[in-house]
Every structure is written in C-alpha cells, then in structure tokens.
Design a protein around this ligand. Structure first.
Ligand code: GDD
Ligand code: GTP
Length: 409
C-alpha cells in the first residue's frame, strides 16, 4: 500500500503571503474555489492504493480542524490527519519525528508533497517511473527558465535512465534548468537514510562551526536528497505539465490558472458555464453559486469568484481571485489582482496588476521593486473612479486617491 505526507509548514513561514495570510493560513487559501491543499488531496484520492494522508506542520491543532471535517466528507476514501511538530523541525524533521506513524500499516512507499505548489500532480506517472529503477526516491522535476532556476532545488539528471547525478539546493550560480517541484515518492527504506542524516547532524552539534550547528532542523533537500543522489538512489520524473510555486499572495493567481485549466480538462462541471441571460464568460472561470453577477459583466479567463460576491453592471474581471463577500461597483475593471475578503470597489474604478511569467520574482521598475499582481487585503475600500495599479494594500485601508507601484499600509 501507499501513504502520503503533505508538508504544510507553519505560521512563522509564509510571511511573504501577507497581507492575505493574516486571515487564513496559506494551505487554506482558496484557488479555483478550493483551499490550496484540497487540490493535493483531490489528486491523492485518485490513487486506489492510498488510504491515509498525514498533514505535518507546526500550525496550532485547531487550524485545520474545520477543513478536515469537510475533507472527510469530500474524500470519504481518505483518512486524513494533522500531526503537529512542537516547533519547526525542517522539511525532513517532521517526517523523521513521525516515522512510526508514517510506517504504520507497512506502506511500501509514501508520497511527500509540499503544500505551497500547484500542479496536476502526475502521481500515477511517478509510481510507474519509480518501479523502473532501484532507487529510494523518485522526485518530480520540471524545467523553468534560466533566471528562475536558482531559487529552487536544481538537478542534473542522466537523460538515459533519469538518475539524478547532481542535486543542489538553490545554487548561487546556474547549474541546470531542471528543478525539483516539491513532490516525492519514497521507499519506506528512506527512513534509514533519515536516521543516518539525523545522526550526522547530531554528531556536528558541538561543532565550533556556528552556522552548521545553529540549525538542527533536518532538511530534506541538503541532508537527505543530496546524499541519496551521491549514493545513486535518487531519480527524477520530469513533467511537462504546468507547475507553480505559491509563495507570495500574487502567485496564487498563477496557481488559480493552473487548476482552472486542469478542471476545464478533467471536471468541467465544476467550472461556471455561460448561459443565456448570464454574464459573458471567457475561458476557465469558477464562480461560487452564492455570488451575484450582473449579466452585463464580462468575466475571465482565469478568474475565481468566492461566496456572496456581488458584481455590478459592465464590470470586467480577468486573471484575478475575488474572495468572499467582495462588492464591485458598476463599470469597474479588475485585472491581474487578488481582492481580499469583504473589500468594496466603487463604480468606474480600476484595480490592476501586470501579467508576468513568475510572480514570485520581484519585477524591477526604474530600479525599484514593483508588485506585479495587485493585492487588496481584507475589507479594503476603493472609492469611485480610483485607479490602483501594481500595489499591495494592507487590510482595512480606505483608498480615496489613485496609487501606482506602492505598498499601502
Ligand atoms: N512540517 C514542516 N515543518 N513543513 C515545513 C517546514 C517545517 O519545519 N519547513 C517548511 N515546510 C514546508 C513548507 O510549508 C513547504 O510546503 C515545503 O515544506 C517547502 O518549503 P521551504 O522549506 O520554504 O522550501 P522552498 O519552497 O523554498 O523550496 C523547496 O521547494 C521547492 C519547490 O517548491 C525545495 O525543496 C526546493 O528544492 C524546491 O525546488
Ligand atoms: P517564507 O515565505 O516562509 O520563506 O518567509 P519570508 O521569507 O516571507 O519571511 P520574512 O522575510 O518576511 O521574515 C523573516 C523571518 O521573520 C521569518 O522566517 C520568521 O522567522 C520571522 N517572522 C516574521 N513574521 C513572523 C510571525 O508572524 N511570527 C513568527 N513567529 N515569526 C515571524
């Protein structure tokens, strides 16, 4: 049998997700109408041999309770539990700490999924790839542009058998455009490798090398995967499918696009269908059934609209996430933006960002860091005819003037 672990992290992380993470932890932020982590569970629930999913992180216990209650009915074939680290143990520390729990029931293999990514999770392909070699781990890899590569784990693989020859976490200089997606399939025997890695760490504890000994957290990347590749036990399955990392609030817009396009292919019934007398819909769009959209509005592509949202006449929305309870007045235009809970946008206003390939990478404008996706925090109010371009707006702000490329606190 199979199991899965989702590394959900904890509250001191993901601060780049501000101002939106102030109200909901990143794993629960909605993309394509569902929490980020829902999409992981949805992919895992397709695997007939997989019955148990363990979420490991250092959030308070009650953070996931309401979500898990709902998930139990949405995924009746999965037993989903949250296991809490008493403090951040690192990307491998929690797996090591909860090893007995993971190995309970003797799964032959288990998946490990980072929570802060979006992709169609080609898990079956990974299982097949894993059976073709004698390695301990098959990791999911994807190609990214040269400029982006160094902010990920980079790998060089043998094209003939997909063995990972070199693995370097966030190298200083370019080594490869093939990167780790944060999805792994491990043999149960990897626990021995974790044990060894832990022993190596502990033996350095008294080192005079402050940098090495200051952080006792066990890192999957440097402490486990790298030694695995040196032992010829690490393999990669390269996917051509879309993949995005979700670090900043702006990157949720890209993740939204990945899942809306995936739903369009796999479960189009979950998307909004244009109908006579309804708003004009362009491309893949999710609209919560409780939202009220004026029929003269034009929505899409890549738009998710949450519960109880109200959208006025002639409104145009494209490439955006509109969260619960937002109101948008007549004639307004929302492009490349995230509009936070219960925000109000007046009439003939514009809330606008810029489309870019990777919203995790800051854009430079005249030598100044500029925000590509505009973010309105919760309960922001934008007055009539105001233009907000490339801004981050913190919660509860009332905007009576137009702003461009600013962080509004
Ligand atoms: N349980 C737990 N405990 N989870 C953690 C901890 C921890 O102490 N620290 C991080 N995580 C979770 C995060 O929530 C996230 O899902 C995942 O582990 C990786 O987060 P980071 O440690 O911030 O790494 P990263 O995202 O910068 O880079 C990693 O992911 C990239 C793909 O998105 C690396 O594995 C890269 O090699 C990889 O390319
Ligand atoms: P990640 O997205 O998780 O990589 O964080 P970040 O790079 O956005 O972190 P940032 O540079 O904003 O903050 C640096 C560090 O400050 C964090 O890693 C935390 O250790 C600490 N920090 C910031 N905000 C908080 C917070 O709300 N709670 C706690 N406990 N620590 C915080």
């Amino acid at each position: 049998t199979l199991k899965a672990v989702i590394l959900v992290g904890g509250p001191s992380r993901g601060t780049r997700f501000r101002p939106l993470s102030l109200d909901v932890p990143k794993p629960l932020f909605p993309v394509a109408g569902e929490a980020v982590i829902y999409h992981h569970l949805s992919a895992l629930s397709q695997l007939p041999d997989l019955k148990e999913v363990l979420l490991i992180g250092f959030f308070e216990d009650n953070v996931f309770a309401p979500f898990l209650q709902r998930a139990a009915t949405q995924f009746p074939n999965l037993n989903i539990q949250y296991l809490r680290e008493y403090q951040s143990l690192g990307t491998a520390g929690g797996i090591y700490h909860f090893r007995d729990k993971i190995l309970e029931g003797e799964p032959q293999q288990f998946f490990v999924l980072h929570v802060d990514i979006a992709c169609p999770f080609p898990l079956t392909d990974m299982i097949q790839a894993h059976m073709k070699h004698r390695g301990i781990c098959t990791m999911l890899g994807t190609k990214v542009s040269r400029e982006q590569a160094t902010k990920y784990g980079c790998l060089v693989a043998n094209p003939d058998n997909n063995e990972v020859l070199h693995y370097v976490e966030k190298p200083d200089a370019f080594i490869s455009d093939l990167i780790s997606c944060g999805v792994y399939l491990f043999d149960r025997s990897v626990m021995n490798e974790l044990q060894k890695a832990k022993a190596r760490k502990d033996s350095h504890q008294d080192d005079t090398d402050v940098v090495a000994s200051s952080d006792q957290r066990l890192r999957l990347e440097q402490d486990v995967l790298r030694p695995l590749s040196q032992d010829h036990k690490l393999y990669v399955h390269v996917t051509e499918r879309p993949w995005r990392q979700i670090k900043t609030a702006g990157s949720a817009v890209g993740a939204n696009a990945v899942y809306l396009e995936h739903l369009a292919k796999t479960s189009p019934e979950k998307l909004y269908k244009s109908s006579e007398g309804g708003p004009e819909i362009d491309g893949a769009v999710f609209i919560d059934p409780s939202a009220k959209i004026d029929p003269t509005a034009k929505i899409g592509p890549n738009v998710s609209i949450g519960p109880r949202v109200q959208i006025g006449k002639g409104v145009r929305i494209k490439d955006a996430i509109i969260l619960d309870g937002v109101q948008i007045g007549m004639g307004s235009c929302i492009l490349h933006s995230v509009v936070g809970w219960n925000s109000k946008v007046g009439a003939w206003a514009r809330v606008e960002g810029s489309p870019i390939a990777d919203p995790n990478i800051a854009m430079m404008e005249n030598g100044v860091k500029s925000q590509s996706i505009t973010i309105l925090g919760k309960e922001v109010s934008v007055k009539d005819e105001i233009i907000i371009r490339n801004c981050i707006v913190l919660p509860h702000k009332e905007l009576k003037y137009s702003y461009h490329s600013e962080i509004l606190m």
